[in-house]
Design a protein around this ligand. Structure first.
Ligand code: HDE
Length: 714
């Protein structure tokens, strides 16, 4: 028999009269156990007495998933040594069943990625425009960043031509904020409803499922040549931005315009930018292609190695700030159109903090694979705008996790747990790991003393900005300001240096050359004619087709934004890879000097020798990191030659390094290796001297500018 609840104090006996909700909150319940610790403690044994060099904190004894210790995991339980396996083998069944279900669906886009943990430190410059706590002066916030390619499957190569994702999870005290951006500031489409179209066109053909992780095929160019709002993004992809040297050397962009709110409730519109401290650098196309075979994990490895060696990559976070006017335009640029940038010369990027990535994930699956980003993960002080692309993303990211991570409780996975106390009323569902106390996960209630209560601005609540919406009728239309598809492509192209323009022309010629349909090539040439007649003519010549005339006018547009070019400045060389070729005839003491000088410049020296082990010379020894068998030029940013092995593989190393416009340094007999590869010792970017330290100084200086472009043939 159930008793009636005792009367609420102050009310007549029983429940004859309606009960008022309590109006003063009691202390909120503590955070759910699984949300107290950012990193969960999983104990599957005692990590004592581990052998030296053990790489994982696995416990001492192997157990079943239920904790029973096991004597054997190598043989199934059989009816006799040569007999059939018994159904009763619970360990076999548990092991195989778990294995059978190890994979989860890969992301529909951005499946291939790599990630790292770090910290974001705010400098306080944003405090006037936002009340977000993590952007106030001195605030430090843990972050997790996942970089990715867009098109390829999980196992595809890192260095393909593609946009790169740059998604950051800020675990702030006021809730998690996700800045889910790209390394390219514009997007292919203006309205989220077109996303399946662009992705279906860019992904491998549905009949043969080829090509993998490529835009160089008919369906992609078929779509973008018809859908001209993709012109600017496609052009950025064809530029050097499509083949970054490293995740550490990419800019990041929030792409959309966001709305910030300060503590007085005043709003402004902003665009977010990540600026890498190491500068923005790219591969050359041939390197990118070779790396696809030689080291498909090049970017993943580069990020992890740099962090492991202490060369922590850093980015400044900046904002371009615009007044929040009813028109939501700036200097005639529609801020709700995600195919447009605002040139930095018109609205400077103001730095509001710095991020450092300083720890690799412990477990790829648990962290990099299971992390779930969502542009709707917002914190007080940051709100969205009506950009129709962003509006659609606010639906998609939550939705996609349901099938990818198997239900609505993905937020409880360790990597996704907020570091702010969570006190929601969401209950049950697949993979629920919380053990929620209490009987009243609903509002209003009396049984939970009215908890949870609702917060106001003074309690640091998230407030949806009551932004006015433009009047109109319900319709499937875009504003007329979205009609201009070419001026920003022209702005980007004309802002590039000559060498960057050449790369763009080469990329279009390659990609369209891989298409089979003549009509698609011709249509894309028409698009190029509307960007730049010279670009169009070069690509047309490469394809052996006539160059069409432009169909739009180019009058009165801004022609140049210096910030869009990657060439012309110098940057730190931290973590850059320098190969040092030496065989057993080399002066080992000199090689050791070069190794030390490279390391002192915070670059990574990798000695390339004819065999594994060490270079042995007199009293000096130098470990060999790579051999002529395993080394290929594309792994290095510069090459030093300490001797001249008569080996064709060394000739290829030198030849490729030269062709890819990378610095080459030699001393002693190393200079002869130039001759073997027909490289002139006085060619630009070749440093020869007697002293290896002087050579390294010259090489580091050249590396600061990334490449020796004077040497470029194309
Ligand atoms: Fe995404 N996008 N996207 N996207 N996106 C996903 O979410 C989507 C867009 C971006 O490392 C998916 O969890 C739609 C713009 C990144 O986990 C999915 C639209 C920008 C990542 C999705 C866009 C991005 C994603 C796939 C058009 C740059 C990887 C798996 C409205 C500002 C995040 C997932 C990570 C991932 C949908 C457009 C960046 C399917 C519908 C614009 C960096 O939800």
């Amino acid at each position: 028999m159930f008793e009636k609840n005792p009367p609420v104090p102050g009310s007549p006996a029983g429940f004859e009269v309606p009960v008022e909700e309590p109006t003063t909150p009691t202390d909120p319940p503590p955070a759910k156990p699984d949300q107290r610790e950012p990193v969960p403690v999983t104990a599957t044994g005692t990590p004592e007495d581990l052998p030296d060099g053990a790489r994982g904190p696995q416990g001492r004894f192997l157990t079943t998933a239920q904790g029973a210790r096991l004597t054997d995991t190598d043989h199934s339980l059989k009816a006799g040594r040569r007999g059939p396996t018994l159904l009763q083998d619970h360990h076999f069944r548990e092991k195989i069943t778990h294995f059978d279900h190890e994979r989860i669906p890969e992301r529909a886009v951005h499946a291939r990625g790599a990630a790292a943990h770090g910290v974001f430190r705010a400098n306080g410059a944003a405090s006037k425009i936002t009340r977000a706590g993590f952007l106030q002066k001195g605030s430090e916030t843990r972050v997790f960043v996942r970089f990715s390619t867009v098109l390829g499957s999980r196992g595809s190569a890192d260095t393909v031509r593609d946009t790169r994702g740059f998604a950051t999870k800020f675990y702030t005290d006021e809730g998690t904020f996700d800045l889910v951006g790209n390394n390219i500031p514009v997007f292919f489409i203006q309205d989220a409803i077109k996303f399946p179209d662009i992705v279906h066109a860019a992904k491998p053909h549905p009949d043969r499922e080829i090509p993998q992780a490529q835009s160089a095929h008919d369906t992609f160019w078929d779509f973008v040549s018809l859908h001209t709002e993709a012109t600017a993004h496609t052009l950025w992809n064809m530029s050097d931005r499509g083949i970054p040297r490293s995740y550490r050397m990419m800019e990041g962009f929030g792409v959309h315009t966001f709305r910030l709110v300060n503590s007085d409730g005043e709003t402004s519109l902003v665009k977010f930018h990540w600026k890498p401290r190491l500068g923005v650098h790219s591969l050359v196309w041939e390197e990118a292609q070779l790396l696809g075979g030689i080291d498909p994990d090049f970017h993943r490895r580069d990020l992890a190695d740099a962090i492991e060696s202490g060369a922590y990559p850093e980015w400044d976070l900046g904002v371009q700030v615009f007044p929040d006017t009813p028109e939501q335009t700036f200097e005639g640029i529609d801020l709700l159109d995600p195919t447009k940038i605002v040139p930095e010369e018109l609205a400077p990027v103001q730095v509001i903090g710095t991020m450092q990535l300083n720890a690799n994930p412990t477990n790829f699956f648990a962290e990099t694979e299971q992390v779930a980003f969502h542009p709707g993960h917002l914190v007080p002080g940051i709100d969205v705008t009506d950009d129709p692309l962003l509006q659609g993303r606010l639906f998609s990211y939550l939705d996609t996790q349901l099938s990818r991570l198997g239900g609505p409780n993905f937020g409880q996975l360790p990597i996704n747990r907020p570091h702010a106390p969570v006190n929601d009323m969401l209950r049950d569902g697949m993979h629920q790991t919380g053990v929620h106390p209490g009987a009243a996960p609903y509002r209003p209630n009396t049984l939970g003393a009215g908890c949870p209560f609702l917060a106001g601005v003074e309690d640091a609540a998230f407030i949806d900005v009551p932004a006015p919406i433009a009047a109109g009728v319900k319709e499937r239309e875009a504003p007329s300001t979205f009609d201009d598809h070419f001026s920003q492509a022209r702005l980007f192209y004309r802002s590039l240096s000559e060498i960057e323009k050449k790369h763009v022309a080469n990329a279009y010629t390659f990609e369209l050359g891989k298409c089979f349909e003549q009509a698609i090539k011709e249509r894309q040439l028409q698009v190029l004619a509307n960007i730049d007649a010279g670009l169009c003519a070069t690509v047309a010549a490469g394809l052996g087709l006539p160059a069409p005339e432009p169909t739009v006018s180019t009058d009165g547009e801004p022609l140049h934004s210096e910030a869009l070019s990657q060439v012309g400045a110098t940057w730190p060389v931290e973590g850059r890879m320098i190969g040092i070729v030496a065989d057993d005839s080399a002066d080992v003491a000199e090689v050791a000097k070069a190794v030390a000088a490279v390391a002192a410049a915070k670059a990574v020296p990798l000695v390339i020798g004819p065999h594994g082990g060490k270079l042995d010379g007199g009293r000096k020894e130098v470990p060999i990191s790579r051999t002529f068998d395993t080394a290929r030029s594309v792994e290095y940013d510069a090459l030093l030659l300490a001797s001249a092995p008569a080996d064709p593989r060394v000739r290829i190393l030198v030849d490729e390094t030269f062709r890819h416009c990378k610095a080459i340094g030699t001393w002693g007999t190393g200079t002869e290796a130039l001759e073997h590869a027909a490289v002139h010792p006085e060619a630009p970017g070749v440093v020869t001297a007697d002293d290896p330290e002087a050579v390294v100084t010259g090489i580091i200086e050249l590396l600061g500018a990334h490449r020796v472009w004077e040497r470029s043939q194309a």
